[in-house]
Design a protein around this ligand. Structure first.
Ligand code: CP
Length: 303
């Protein structure tokens, strides 16, 4: 499989995923600079800490250069009314690869259709975030030693969470996966994901209680309620419903892991000393893995 753009998780197969994991492990300890003379353009129309900075750091570590608009909605010519198509056409003549985060679902696909260089979707509205899903599966594989035969509890805003959507699509590539969706009724997982999981023989159930299922999962994947993608009324109905504290953390299995794409807000309320010492807390290692996964992806797409 030769990939030109990375827009959605469905594009990836198991062989590709493990090739990227192998490259990731190698690049973690490498000092080689294979991307000298290459330029990465990061176009971010929505806020980001991890995705933008890890992509930029990844490119610099590989010897390449970065051009960037960190707030493209305000500081690019989008503010003058330029279309995403024209912005991408122009940017693809200045850079060898584009990483795009945009507020509209489907924008990365449109960008790829007019770009002369690879486009990586770094999040398109409530659509997908495939590099997050890759680093999530890599983290699961590293932390519990397997990516087949696992039960994952996905918790929080499952309707708007693009990391959830991309992770479901990617989990569908593995064997004997069970997903427990735990969400408020107004933020439950969408039908297209359920259809896909059925088609790929992934077992799933939908629940609304958290504590009852914390002991059933190998991975508890918490997410933030995405205030920015709903009305105040909707937000008030669901905020604070699912929280991990020192007390309910005790319900998780000894060998399980607590993951989160971050940023976390009120849904994780653990003291810093627990976050630093409890091996089940994996979300900071997960975020660090993003750097190495993105180094591997840039290398794969540009070499
Ligand atoms: N996980 C994630 O996408 O984080 P950022 O929004 O900080 O990039």
């Amino acid at each position: 499989m030769k990939l030109k753009h990375l827009i959605e998780s469905q594009q990836l197969d198991k062989e590709f995923i493990f090739e990227i994991f192998k490259m990731t492990d190698k690049l973690r300890i490498s000092t080689e600079k294979p991307l000298k003379e290459k330029i990465l353009a990061t176009l971010f129309y929505e806020p980001s800490t991890r995705t933008r900075l890890s992509f930029e750091s990844a490119m610099i570590k590989l010897g390449g250069n970065v051009i960037s608009t960190e707030n493209a909605k305000e500081f690019s010519s989008a503010v003058k009314g330029e279309s995403i198509e024209d912005t991408i056409r122009i940017t693809s003549s200045y850079a060898n690869i584009i990483v795009l985060r945009h507020f509209e679902e489907g924008s990365a696909k449109i960008a790829a259709s007019v770009s002369s260089v690879p486009v990586i979707n770094a999040g398109d509205g409530s659509g997908q975030h495939p590099t997050q899903a890759l680093l999530d599966i890599y983290t699961i594989w590293k932390e519990i030693g397997r990516s087949d035969n696992i039960t994952v509890a996905m918790v929080g805003d499952l309707k708007n969470g693009r990391t959830i959507r991309s992770l479901c699509y990617l989990l569908g590539k593995f064997e004997n996966i069970k997903i427990i969706f735990i969400a408020p009724e107004n933020l439950s997982i969408k039908d297209d994901i359920k259809e896909y999981l059925k088609k790929h023989n992934v077992k799933f159930e939908e629940q609304t209680e958290l504590n009852k299922f914390l002991g059933s999962a190998d991975i508890v994947y918490m997410t933030r309620i995405q205030k920015e993608r709903m009305t105040k009324e909707e937000y008030d109905k669901s905020k604070g419903k699912y929280i991990i504290t020192e007390d309910n953390l005790k319900l998780m299995r000894e060998n399980s892991r607590l993951m989160h794409p971050l940023p976390h807000v009120e849904e994780i309320q653990l003291p810093i000393n627990i976050e630093q010492t409890d091996k089940r807390i994996a979300y900071f290692r997960q975020a660090e893995n993003g750097l190495y996964i993105r180094m591997a992806l840039l290398s794969y797409l540009l070499e």
